[in-house]
Each structure stands twice: as structure tokens, then as C-alpha cells.
Design a protein. Structure first.
Lengths: 438, 334
């Protein structure tokens, strides 16, 4: 900066400047430094808890219009049937997920929406959830074993009452494939052959989007389960297995064979972009959850969509299906409220799930005997795929520690997509540190 | 000067009035209160109360919002904690720091990006803001309108900025690829997705904001420069460039120091734009984004996040200390 200046002028000018600056710095420092404090102190808010058994509070992270209306239909049907009033407290879903720690420790609602998998078991093991074995003793026969297993805590008690789920698979346009003469691949080698053919035809064989970081976990999960089996997936995500071993590097090596066929623009696009590319026949197939169909607003396109399971590689054929389950849990406080148990029981019946599915048709009800009369052929195929699955995995970010999924896997997979390199030793080092912190 | 004689009469009522102006400069203001020593003493109790409130309240707020969180952060950075129960806090020594330095792949790229960000702001954005200020300080028509236009980005919300730049940078339909003639073709540049270019794209977006901010500060600074300095320079035969660089710019020294500090701070807390683009991943890692990633939301690892925050704090202290030394060192000498 300038070397010579007028000191008196500087002194008179520096006053306000300094204060402004200090204030700015102070606020900045408070902002940064305050984060842990804020993170620890933001309590959940909501209507006053109703301890009597004539009412319950229900925290819902399903804030989008359709699921929100669908849960409203469920609570209305429940109130109509039992006379118990439900005070619903809807929170935007990202906020709901991000604040779950403080929500459960603050004043949580009696019942709330959540997921199956490690993310549920973790809070159960910390004593923040109430077991619902009593509920399961009445609704147990309504569910398949795979779903029951997914609803169980690490201590063997039941915690979740599932509502719906949706399978992950390769989605494609039937007419496009018929026109080009492509056939559904059954093995990984078939898939590679098909992809090679598509590439020769000038199509990007496999649609891919990973700007948000999580969609690539689907590819990892499937290759891992097809190569090493469902149990290895569960043990790896729970960090009972080390990342620094051949089984894991094999997954990445296998994937590397697929990388040249996946959309090279993956890191710059969201799954919605990739869905559009599939619709426009720019890509041949796209591995995603069935929620991809939400993007196909044109009914003729929607009717043209089909999917096939991830082809078999080495183990268990295609027995394992990635089908994340959403459902309801009881908070510790809600465990003392009889009405809340009743509400969960209701959700575990065909009646309750039909009320939901009548409004939100993009998901598959988990209960046996749910109304399938309005199912499209695609819905039916999704339902059959799940019903016939021997193992249901919950997707990496639900089966693993959230920090492992968000802080470690997202950057690792993104850099793998970029240059095909991954350092499994480093993954293990990070996993060790993060799981130890829990 | 009769004021000096009055002074000792009210020694304990001084701190409020004279405490701030320590050096000789403050003495002259005391001249306004000759012979009021008795009154001053009567007011003292109320003064004390007012003073206690005026000093105590900001101190309390400062303590509550700045010092306690800072100390908590530092303490937490030496622990492992899942954020649930206070009894779950386990001491971890310096494990979190060695994790960050050795095992956390985004850390060093983030440091590099912050440095790059600082250099870019210092070399491109800040001079651009100065240039805009100098141009708009001329008596050109519509100067106010231009000022508003250039300052608008500073006032826009984060979400809006993301949308605006998406329009420029989108791979398939963005203005930039359209102008380059590559839109829709395979060689179209993926400005946000390609990790080789996205940091530059983000820094241009940041410049767009920062330049407006710097411009407003310099405009105020330029207005504050005594016009007689320019006249004197003109009389001495200095041309426009010499007048600016030798006379006006040095005369704005206080503003310059503020700008230096702001530029450094802006580059350290750069966050919003990368967070809007892709939450600070894939080539857009920044320290602040890593702090948020580790402290807020589902990926919460309080120990690691706190140690990242402490690292950022230590780095931030350097310009702050530099600034304070310049300021208070100067007052001491005066």
C-alpha cells in the first residue's frame, strides 16, 4: 500500500472504519465459531406434546406437495377411524434430515417420518427412539421378511413401521430399444457388450449424474453387492469390514470397465438432467431409483419406460435389490403415548398405506394386500421386484454412517469418476476416524 | 489553556470521556466543561450505571456470541463427539488435526483454492472495483445509475446469484457456450462440472460481487479526499495518472487498509457461490465449505469440523492481528 500519508487524517478516518471492520470481523468470527454451538443447541420446535391418548403429534419431513397431501390423507383416515387427533408438524425435508440430532434431543414429536437402515439403528442404539414390538405383533404378518429385517434395530427390537419403498434399476425406453434391437442384459458382460454396441451407434450408453454426489453410490452399491454379496455391503457400510482390502478395490476395478460407457458429463448434471437425457434418447439406459419417473411428465413417455435389475456379476444373482424404505418411527417420548402406537399400527395396515398411495402414486406400498388396482405395469414390476428380492439394501447413505457417506464417499466417488483412481487405504483411514467418533 | 487546571477535579469521571482518546488529541475536547466539576460528580452515579450498561452489555454479547463459541470450538476440536449426549464427548488429543492434515483429501485442495481465491480477488476483483470507483467518480452522466447497477450484486440473495450464473454457465443452454459456439456440441465446456475450470467460473462470479463492494467503499473514500490536494497537484504540473497514484491513492490510506482486510476476509470466508454450485465438492473445495460440511447437517463430525474451524480461525487471525497492530500502533505513536 501507499507509503506516505497524512497521519491526522488517517486518525480521524480510521475511527469509523476500524469499528465497522471489527464489527464485521466479530460477526464473521461469531458466525464461524458459533456453528458447533448452534448445531448443538437448536432445539426442535412444534406444537405442545399431547400426553393423553386422544391425540399425538406427528413430525413429517415429507414437505413436497404430493407426499405432504398423502400423509394428510393418512392422518385424516386415522382420525376418522379412531377419533384420535393428529397434530402434524411439517418441516422442509432437507432441514428435517439435517437437524435430526437436535430434533430428537429437543422436544421431538411422538411419531415422525424416517428411513430404514443404519440411520435408524444408530438413533435407536442411542436410546432416542421407542421400540414398537407391540405394534409389530399385530402388523407383523403384513410384511415380507426382508422388510421386517430392515425395520429391526441392532438390538433385535422393532423400531420402524415401513410405509413405502422404491427399487433402483436400469431404466430405459422400450420403443427406443425395440427400434435399435437392444436386448436386456442378464450378466455384466452382456451389459458391457450392449454398451459397446450403443456407443458405436452414437448414443451415450449409460446415463449418469453426480453433481449432487449421492447418485453414484447406487452404482457402487450394486457392483459391490453383485460382486461380494449383500452381507458384505451391510458389514462394509457398518464398518465391520475394512475398506482397505481386495474386495473393495475389486469393486472399483469392475466399475472402471463401465466408466467409459457412463455419461462423461456426470459431474456437471443432476439426476433430473440425466432423466431428461434418457427421455430425449440421448442416453440408452439410466441407473436410478424409480423416482426417476417423476421427471417424465408426458404420459406417452411414462408408458414407454421400463426397467431391469442390475445384471448379475459373481454372487447371489440378482437377489439383492436396492430399495430404500421410508416409514415412521416413535421418539422416546412418543413411546409413552398409546395413541402414537396406534398411529403406527394404522400405518402398518393396507388401509393406512392405501390412503397414502392413493395420493402419492410414485412409490410402492410395503404392506401385503395393498391396493394394486391402480398400478401401472411399471408400478407392478417395481412391486414384484421388491417382493421377490431376497435381500433389500437401503442405499449407501442410509446403510452407512452419514458422515462416511457425505464427507468421504461423495468426494471419493467424484474423483473416481474424474480419473478412475481411488485410494482405498485412505478410505479406510477416514472410515476408522469417523466411525470412532460415533 | 485553562482546561488542564480543571482536570484533576474529576479524576474518576474521566474514563467515559477521555478513555477513548488516550493521546493528546483528546485533551482539547475537555475544554468544553470548565467549572462543572460538581455537576460531574453528581452525575457520576447515573453515569456509572449507564456506563456499566453500555460497556457491560456489549461485553456480554461479545462474550456470548464470540468468545464462548470460539473457546468451545477450540475445546471441541480436541475431542470426539457425536453431537448427541454431553457424556459422549471423548478426548481425542490432536487426532482431529492429524486427520485433517493427513487423511482428509479435500483439505489441501481447499487451502490451495482459498489462496487462489485471495490472489484472484487481490489482483483482479479489487483493482476492478477501484477502477469502477474512479470512473464513476468523474462527473459522467448517469453515474448514480451505474453505481446502483454495479452495487446490485452485493445486495442479491445467494439463491438468485446461483440462478443468474447458471444462465451463463449452463453446459447445454448457457449464454457462454452459446457465444463460444459450442452449445449442444460435445466440446461444450461444462463450466460448473469440469473441475479444471469450475473454480475460475466461481471466482468470476465472486468478482462480480466483490468489485461492487470495493467500488462503493472507494467511492466514499474518493469523496473524502480533500479537493485542494488535487488542485495543488495540478498546479505542480502532475498529470491525471500521477495525481491519482501519487496523491489521491495515498490519501485514501485508511480506506486502502480496510479494503486489504476485506479482501483477505472475503477470500477466507468465500462460501456462498461454491455452495450454491455444488456444495463445495469436485474442484470447488474451500475451507469454509468444509467447515459447514463437517459441522452442519447429516455429515456432522463435530471434532473434525471444529478443528477445521480453528484452522480457519488461526489463518483469519493473521490479517486481523496485522490490522490491529497497524491501527493501535499508530495511535500509540500519535
Amino acid at each position: 500500500m501507499a507509503a506516505n500519508f497524512d497521519p491526522s487524517q488517517a486518525a480521524s478516518n480510521a475511527g469509523p472504519g476500524r469499528r465497522t471492520i471489527l464489527k464485521t470481523l466479530g460477526l464473521g468470527a461469531a458466525g464461524l465459531a458459533g456453528i458447533p454451538l448452534l448445531a448443538a443447541c437448536t432445539g426442535g420446535s412444534g406444537p405442545a406434546p399431547g400426553a393423553s391418548s386422544n391425540s399425538l403429534t406427528f413430525g413429517s419431513g415429507s414437505s413436497d406437495d404430493v407426499p405432504k397431501a398423502a400423509y394428510k390423507a393418512v392422518t385424516d383416515a386415522f382420525t376418522k377411524k379412531t377419533g384420535i387427533t393428529v397434530a402434524t408438524n411439517v418441516v422442509p425435508h432437507n432441514d428435517f434430515q439435517n437437524k435430526i440430532n437436535s430434533y430428537l434431543q429437543g422436544s421431538p414429536d411422538d411419531a415422525f417420518t424416517w428411513f430404514a437402515g443404519y440411520r435408524m439403528q444408530y438413533y435407536a442404539s442411542k436410546g432416542l427412539l421407542a421400540p414398537v414390538d407391540d405394534v409389530w405383533s399385530t402388523i407383523g404378518s403384513n410384511f415380507s421378511d426382508a422388510i421386517k429385517k430392515a425395520s429391526t434395530g441392532a438390538d433385535g427390537k422393532m423400531y420402524l413401521v415401513p410405509n413405502y419403498n422404491y427399487p433402483w434399476g436400469f431404466f430405459y425406453r422400450k420403443s427406443f430399444w425395440a427400434e435399435k434391437g437392444y436386448a436386456v442384459p442378464n450378466t455384466f458382460d452382456d451389459l458391457k457388450t450392449l454398451a459397446t454396441k450403443m456407443k458405436a451407434d452414437g448414443i451415450i450408453p449409460i446415463g449418469f449424474a453426480d453433481k449432487d454426489g449421492w447418485p453414484a453410490m447406487g452404482t457402487f452399491d450394486y457392483i459391490n453387492m453383485r460382486l461380494n454379496g449383500y452381507q458384505f455391503h451391510i458389514d462394509l457400510t457398518a464398518h465391520k469390514e475394512s475398506w482397505d482390502q481386495k474386495k473393495v478395490s475389486d469393486v472399483f476395478d469392475t466399475w472402471k470397465a463401465l466408466l467409459p460407457f457412463q455419461d462423461p458429463a456426470a459431474l456437471g448434471q443432476t439426476w433430473q438432467d440425466a432423466a431428461k437425457a434418457l427421455e430425449a434418447k440421448k442416453t440408452g439406459m439410466y441407473l436410478l431409483g424409480s423416482f426417476v419417473t417423476q421427471q417424465f411428465t408426458d404420459p406417452t413417455v411414462l408408458a414407454d419406460i421400463d426397467f431391469f435389475p442390475f445384471p448379475e456379476i459373481a454372487m447371489e444373482g440378482t437377489d439383492a435389490v436396492e430399495a430404500p424404505i421410508d416409514g415412521l418411527l416413535l421418539s422416546k417420548k412418543g413411546g409413552d403415548n398409546k395413541a402414537a402406537h396406534d398411529f403406527l399400527s394404522f400405518m402398518g395396515t393396507a388401509e393406512g398405506q392405501n390412503a397414502y398411495a392413493a395420493v402419492d402414486t410414485s412409490n410402492i406400498a410395503t404392506v401385503k394386500g395393498a391396493d394394486t388396482s391402480k398400478f401401472t405395469p411399471l408400478n407392478k414390476k417395481c412391486a414384484d421386484t421388491i417382493a421377490n428380492a431376497k435381500y433389500i439394501s437401503q442405499f449407501f447413505d442410509r446403510d452407512a454412517l452419514p458422515a462416511m457417506a457425505n464427507n468421504v464417499m461423495i468426494p471419493a466417488l467424484q474423483s473416481f469418476i474424474k480419473d478412475g483412481n481411488v485410494d482405498v487405504k485412505n478410505l479406510e483411514a477416514q472410515a476408522k476416524a469417523l466411525y470412532a467418533a460415533q | 489553556m485553562s482546561t488542564t487546571a480543571e482536570k484533576p477535579a474529576a479524576p474518576d469521571s474521566e474514563p467515559g470521556a477521555a478513555g477513548r482518546n488516550t493521546a493528546g488529541k483528546g485533551r482539547s475536547s475537555a475544554g468544553r466543561r470548565p467549572g462543572k466539576s460538581g455537576k460531574v460528580r453528581r452525575l457520576t452515579r447515573r453515569d456509572k450505571l449507564v456506563l456499566a450498561i453500555m460497556v457491560g452489555l456489549p461485553t456480554l454479547i461479545q462474550l456470548l456470541l464470540v468468545w464462548l463459541p470460539t473457546l468451545f470450538s477450540i475445546a471441541l476440536s480436541f475431542t470426539r463427539w457425536n453431537g448427541l449426549d454431553l457424556t459422549d464427548i471423548k478426548p481425542a488429543g490432536t487426532d482431529n488435526y492429524s486427520f485433517v492434515f493427513q487423511d482428509y483429501p479435500p483439505f489441501w485442495p481447499a487451502v490451495q483454492h482459498n489462496i487462489l481465491w485471495l490472489v484472484f480477488l487481490a489482483v483482479i476483483a479489487t483493482p476492478l472495483g477501484l477502477l469502477l470507483a474512479v470512473l464513476l467518480d468523474q462527473k459522467i452522466r448517469g453515474s448514480k445509475i451505474y453505481q446502483s447497477i454495479f452495487f446490485t450484486p452485493v445486495m442479491l440473495s445467494l439463491a438468485l446469484i446461483g440462478i443468474i450464473w447458471q444462465l451463463f454457465y449452463n453446459r447445454d443452454s448457457g449464454l457462454l457456450n452459446y457465444l463460444l459456439g459450442t452449445a449442444g456440441k460435445s466440446q461444450a465446456v461444462d463450466w460448473f462440472g469440469d473441475s479444471n475450470v469450475n473454480i475460475w467460473a466461481a471466482m468470476v462470479a465472486a468478482t462480480w460481487r466483490h468489485a461492487g463492494y470495493v467500488m462503493i467503499l472507494y467511492l466514499a473514500g474518493l469523496k473524502g479526499v480533500d479537493p485542494s490536494l488535487r488542485e495543488a497537484a495540478a498546479i505542480d504540473g502532475a498529470n491525471a495518472a500521477q495525481t491519482f497514484f501519487r496523491v489521491v491513492f495515498p490519501a485514501m490510506r485508511p480506506v486502502n487498509i480496510v479494503i486489504v482486510v476485506i479482501t483477505i476476509i472475503e477470500s477466507l470466508r468465500a462460501f456462498d457461490i461454491v455452495y450454491v454450485i455444488n456444495r463445495g465438492t469436485n474442484g470447488l473445495e474451500l475451507l469454509s465449505a468444509l467447515v459447514i460440511q463437517n459441522l452442519v447437517g447429516e455429515g456432522q463430525v463435530i471434532g473434525v469440523g471444529s478443528s477445521l474451524a480453528v484452522i480457519l480461525l488461526v489463518i483469519s487471525l493473521i490479517p486481523i492481528v496485522f490490522y490491529l497492530i497497524r491501527t493501535f500502533g499508530k495511535e500509540g505513536k500519535a
